[in-house]
Design a protein around this ligand. Sequence first.
Ligand SMILES: Cc1cc2nc3c(=O)[nH]c(=O)nc-3n(C[C@H](O)[C@H](O)[C@H](O)COP(=O)(O)O)c2cc1C
Length: 340
Amino acid sequence: MDLTTPYLGLTLNNPLVASASPANAQIDHLRRLEDAGAAAVVLPSLFEEQVGVAGTRREAILATGIDSNPEMHQHYFPPAHIASGPYGLVPDRYLDLLRRARESLSIPVIASLNGTTPGGWLDFGKQIEQAGAQALEVNLYAVPTDLFESGAAIEERYVRIVQELRGQLGIALCVKMGPYFTNVGNMAQRFVEAGAAGLVVFNRFVQPDIDLHRLKLSSELTLSQAIDMRLPLQWIALLAGRIRASLAASTGVENAEQVIKYLYAGADAVMVTSTVLREGPSCFERLLGGLRAWLEAREVDSLDAIRGAMSFARLKDPVAYTRGQYLDRLQTWSGRHLDA
Ligand SMILES: Cc1cc2nc3c(=O)[nH]c(=O)nc-3n(C[C@H](O)[C@H](O)[C@H](O)COP(=O)(O)O)c2cc1C
């Protein structure tokens, strides 16, 4: 059975990729991912703030009125662990991790930058390429807290980041997007026009909660569940076949079932983080085994036969992808669950 998958100009053994996570900063973990069948790995992100941004530059960023990277500040990068944890990777250590990962693995190694403002830190992309990354993901997202900055201005900044990175890279550039744009498809299109060879749909953001006992903000990171795949599934389906870029689905893959749904929607690659963190690298064996068994049972011998078959572009009646509040569905639900 042929599971070969083209992704970002690379040829992957199968569609399953280990997306960015702190565990991917350990070579032993990366080797176990490869042994279990992961077709590529994404290293944890190096954050804009870590790439030589100190003092005034950092203040300048914060002064834009944006909590410049909530993930970094609240979740992925807790201050107490900056120096020692996986997100304490200063640029030199990041390049070292990247080189060691390349030496140790035969599957592609994708590096990751995470930031929100165009500027000098993006030059680091070149060093990432020189250290051997086969592709670079850039994760773009900030919680806008400035009530006077327009969505258009923020979008423009993101597009400039992609253009600046594209201008200096020979390797493929991939944008890890968030879902919070008025027109996600238009942003996807603009990223591709700016030079992205692929899109990861979507990054998953940790949303804060209030701890009522201690009256404190809590930002505990919760791992995803299969139900969380609905929004990325919808957007993979809406983009597939309509945009000239590789599409990677990210969020909510617990079982082979979610992998198969993403492929039907039109994903090229399917990424996994939460399940790896819960279960360990061996989840790739389980996911691949499930995918193979499902395809074998239906005598499907290539992923091309199913990829995108349930996408917006290929379905005759794709209305469920577009009408969130579709009247029929509301009527059906009410008929089933409410007394007449
Ligand atoms: C603990 C943790 C750390 C993460 N770190 C990063 C990161 O450094 N860079 C990044 O782009 N995404 C990061 N992510 C997001 C994941 O790569 C992934 O996109 C997201 O968790 C959704 O996939 P999942 O449902 O399989 O977990 C992180 C997620 C978790 C749970």
